[in-house]
Write a new protein. Structure first.
Length: 74
């Protein structure tokens, strides 16, 4: 079933049912930003140091929160 068929029907739901549907859908989405928990502190600190060197050297450009959100939104 496609979103084109589901969305119009979902939008007709009463507010409570719409909220329950939205919550259910949200919970079913795997978090693409979930931080790996198997990283130890030393590895995390080394990674942070490397990112800082990349930014300071100009190899990468830091993004503002606003720019990051623009890029992440479809």
């Amino acid at each position: 079933m496609s979103i084109d068929r589901i969305a119009p029907e979902a939008l007709k739901l009463p507010v409570r049912e719409s909220a329950l549907l939205a919550a259910s859908l949200w919970e079913s989405i795997e978090d693409p930003f979930e931080i790996a928990t198997d990283i130890d502190d030393d590895h995390a600190l080394n990674l942070a140091d490397e990112r800082e060197r990349e930014i300071e050297s100009g190899r990468v450009k830091a993004l503002s929160h606003e720019e990051l959100m623009k890029r992440l939104r479809p």
